[in-house]
Design a protein around this ligand. Structure first.
Ligand code: URA
Length: 430
C-alpha cells in the first residue's frame, strides 16, 4: 500500500465520529504505527476512540490480520504430534499454565506456550518460572521446535518478531487507559496466537473481581469474538469462561506458585487448581483430536511430573533446586471465629503486587519469593487467632501497603453461616 494512502487524523476522526474503518485504513494505520510513521499520541487517540465506539466483527478481523502481518508467522506443521495452546486473559493466582503444559504433553499433544510477564495485579507465567534457579525464558525458534519435538512442551517468551504491532500497542494501551476494549483485547491475544501457528487453542476467559472482564456478559462477548477470529484463521478454538471473583489455589506470587504447581503435578494441590487444569487439558486434547487419553491418569501416574522436570531442565532450570524464599513474612490472623464468605481476587492480587511479586513498570525486576499465601478459602471455617494470610517480601516496608490492599477484601461471617460457591467453569463457547 502507498505510504500516503491515508493519514492518521483521517483514521482517528473516522472512528471518533462512530463510523467503521475500512480494511485499507486499518492496514495502513497498523503498519504505519509499527514503522513509527504514526506517532504514539495518534495511536493513543485512535485506541481511545475504539474503546469508546467499538468495532464491528469485520473491523476486528481486519485489525487482527494487520497485526499478524506486522511480523513473522511460526509453523509447527513439521512436528510429529498435533499442537494445542492455552491462553488465559489473566487472573490472580493463575498458575494453571505450569501444570497444564506438561500434562497435555504427557497425553501426546505438543504445547507451544508463548507466555508473558506480569504487569499490574495479574502475575506473569515467565516471572513465576524465572524463580527456578537457572531457568531461561528466551529461546530461539529452532530451540523451541527442537524442545517441542523432544519434550513435548515449552513455555517461553514470544520473540520480538511475533506481532510487533501488538507489542508496541499493548505497551501504549497500558499507559493510556485503553486496555479494557473488547476489540483491542481480542485482536491482541488472537494476533499472537494465530501468528504462533498452533493447531488448536483453548481460551480461559476470566470473569470477576480479579479479571479484566468483571461481568459475565462482557466476558462472553470477548470469548465469542476470539473464538470467531481463531476459527476463521483455521485454528480450532474454544473458550471457557471461568471464575476470577476468588483467586485460584492458595498462593499468589512467583516461587510460591511454582511450588503449588509442583504439588498439583505430584497428585496433590488445591482442588480448584486441579479442577481447572483438568478441564482445560480435556478441552485442549479434544481440540487437538486426542480424545483417547484421560489427563487425570497422567497426573496420577507421574508422567506429567516427568515432562515438567524435562521441560524445566531443557531450559536450563534445575527442577530439584530449592526455590527462593522471601526474607520477611507477616501473618494476618482472624479476629473472631466464623466462615470466610468472600475473598476478593483483586485485593489479593494488589497485595501480592505491592509486596514485590509484580512490577509497576515493564523494566522493573520482580521478587521471586514475594507474594501472598491465604490459609483459608471461601466456605472454610476459622477460629479466632487462626492465620488468614501470610504476606511474603524481601522488603518489609511494603507490608503496610499490602495490608491496605487486603483491607475490605475479605469477609468472615458468623460461625455456621452458609456459603454458596460459584462454579469454577461458568460457560463454554465454541
Ligand atoms: N492479554 C493480551 O495479550 N492482550 C490484551 O490486550 C489483554 C490481555
Amino acid at each position: 500500500m502507498s505510504e500516503h494512502a491515508h493519514d492518521a487524523v483521517e483514521v482517528i476522526t473516522t472512528k471518533r465520529d462512530g463510523a467503521s474503518l475500512s480494511e485499507s485504513q486499518i492496514d495502513w494505520v497498523v503498519d504505519a504505527y509499527t514503522r513509527g510513521a504514526v506517532a504514539d499520541e495518534q495511536m493513543a487517540a485512535l485506541a481511545m476512540a475504539i474503546l469508546l465506539n467499538g468495532m464491528e466483527r469485520r473491523e476486528i478481523s481486519d485489525w487482527t490480520a494487520a497485526m499478524i502481518a506486522s511480523g513473522e508467522r511460526m509453523d509447527f506443521s513439521m512436528l510429529t504430534r498435533p499442537t494445542a495452546d492455552k491462553h488465559s486473559t489473566g487472573g490472580v493466582g493463575d498458575k494453571i499454565t505450569l501444570p497444564l503444559a506438561p500434562l497435555v504433553a504427557a497425553c501426546g499433544v505438543a504445547v507451544p506456550q508463548l507466555s508473558g510477564r506480569g504487569l499490574g495485579h495479574t502475575g506473569g507465567t515467565l516471572d513465576k518460572l524465572e524463580s527456578i534457579p537457572g531457568w531461561r525464558a528466551d529461546l530461539t525458534n529452532a530451540a523451541m521446535l527442537a524442545q517441542l519435538e523432544d519434550v513435548g512442551a515449552v513455555i517461553c517468551a514470544a520473540g520480538d518478531g511475533l506481532a510487533p504491532a501488538d507489542k508496541k500497542l499493548y505497551a501504549l494501551r497500558d499507559v493510556t487507559g485503553t486496555v479494557e476494549a473488547v476489540p483491542l483485547i481480542a485482536s491482541s491475544i488472537m494476533s499472537k496466537k494465530i501468528a504462533e501457528g498452533t493447531g488448536a487453542l483453548v481460551l480461559d476467559v476470566k470473569v470477576g473481581a480479579g479479571a479484566f472482564m468483571k461481568d459475565v456478559d462482557r466476558a462472553r462477548e470477548l470469548a465469542e469474538v476470539m473464538v470467531a477470529l481463531g476459527t476463521d484463521a483455521g485454528v480450532r478454538t474454544v473458550a471457557l469462561l471461568t471464575d476470577m471473583e476468588t483467586p485460584l489455589g492458595r498462593t499468589a506470587g512467583n516461587a510460591i506458585e511454582v511450588a503449588e504447581s509442583v504439588e498439583v503435578l505430584g497428585g496433590g494441590g488445591p482442588a480448584d487448581v486441579v479442577e481447572l487444569t483438568l478441564a482445560l487439558a480435556r478441552e485442549m486434547l479434544t481440540a487437538a483430536g486426542a480424545t483417547d487419553v484421560d489427563p487425570a491418569d497422567k497426573l496420577a501416574d507421574g508422567s506429567a511430573m516427568d515432562v515438567w522436570r524435562r521441560m524445566i531442565a531443557a531450559q536450563g532450570g534445575d527442577p530439584d533446586a530449592e526455590l527462593p524464599v522471601a526474607r520477611e513474612s507477616h501473618v494476618v490472623t482472624a479476629e473472631a471465629a466464623g466462615v470466610l464468605t468472600r475473598l476478593d481476587a483483586m485485593a489479593v492480587g494488589m497485595a501480592a503486587w505491592r509486596l514485590g511479586a509484580g512490577r509497576a513498570r515493564k523494566e522493573d525486576p520482580v521478587q521471586a519469593g514475594a507474594g501472598v499465601r491465604w490459609h483459608v478459602r471461601p466456605g472454610e471455617a476459622v477460629a479466632a487467632g487462626d492465620p488468614l494470610f501470610t504476606l511474603l517480601t524481601d522488603t518489609p516496608e511494603r507490608f503496610d501497603r499490602a495490608l491496605a490492599a487486603l483491607d475490605g477484601g475479605y469477609e468472615i461471617a458468623a460461625p455456621g453461616s452458609s456459603y454458596d460457591p460459584r462454579p469454577l467453569v461458568l460457560d463454554r463457547i465454541g
